[in-house]
Design a protein around this ligand. Sequence first.
Ligand code: PBG
Length: 431
Amino acid sequence: MATAIVNVPSNVGAVKGLDCQSFVGLRPSPNVRSFNCVRTAKKRGPGRFAIRASESPRDGPLRKLGRSDAECEADVVAGNVPEAPPVPPKAAAPAGTPVVPLLPLSRRPRRNRKSPALRAAFQETTLSPANFVYPLFIHEGEEDTPIGAMPGCYRLGWRHGLVEEVSKARDVGVNSIVLFPKVPDGVKSPTGDEAYNDNGLVPRTIRLLKDKYPDLVIYTDVALDPYSSDGHDGIVREDGVIMNDETVHQLCKQAVSQARAGADVVSPSDMMDGRVGAIRAALDAEGFHDVSIMSYTAKYASSFYGPFREALDSNPRFGDKKTYQMNPANYREALVESHEDESEGADILLVKPGLPYLDIIRLLRDNSSLPVAAYQVSGEYSMIKAGGVLKMIDEERVMMESLMCLRRAGADIILTYFALQAARCLCGEKR
Ligand code: PBG
């Protein structure tokens, strides 16, 4: 009997139907009857499911209905063909439908879309909670503070709200997070030295989470903006220039400090030149050769980051980020960046924002063998939320479609504020 074993997170709830339209992730939808999920592992073992090819395993003796094969065949040969339902009549078209000759088409692509089972069979892209990285905002406070421009998102208390949110995410198979800190103004400085304080908010939080959830995958953001009194990702010279190599020096210290705390993947989002190679060397020199680098390879100077900057109170105090983040008009330049990052040792290439930059995701997918990440940024999230609240669009469907489209464009993983909501949807938990 054909049996497939699929690994799913052991903490995913009951095996219900994956009924979020056709966004198949972990298990077949309830109306696909020919598969049967059977939990095989002992209660607390790893989540393993055997998928059998039929509802009831035919392990027992064959059912005996009375007549032998030879007798049945003899009946047919003698002309006593058994009854079967007739072909149903052709469905009627509404009155007034024009009568036209068939178009002489050798190919009618709609044939492969004519039923849910066929559509499921030919679906080219899938979406799973395992593809999501959940960005979480943290602060020193005990309470969770709502973020005005991002409905449903909070600055989470690092010891309370954050731990609960991570637990909820793991319950539906999201086991990767990325941390964004809002640090007190009092620790910000022009050189952002708080970024590599081993007892700062981020390293402290990593240690706490790793203690509670050793298998949680923790990504960190490497950039100075949350720690910079100027709100820039790098050190600002008197004349407003963002100093590249001096900033990279700080970023290396920041990445090492995060790695020391237990980060799995450090993610430079600063867009300084040469930072990937320098961070790689710094990590290796300290013995952190197992810590990965997800480089924000093509990060554009985008207005879609507005709500995020409100969330962290990290708006640049003056000027903009156009001397380091890329011009939204540019396509080829993404290749220049990706060649650099790849040769400097990046493990994952990231494109940001997501939906308006699908062409860039595809470009990197087609020109690199490395995994590609897409960041569905704050502005994209807030637009979908706002459209949903105003009843202009169906929030859940647009959310799932946007995530699927990022995957279709070539993203292996997606950083999205929808991670928990979308994973719940994939697990059949309607909210
Ligand atoms: C800064 C950083 C930004 C985001 C992630 N890291 C903002 C910026 O570059 O100003 C934006 C994420 C979002 O908008 O969701 N290092």
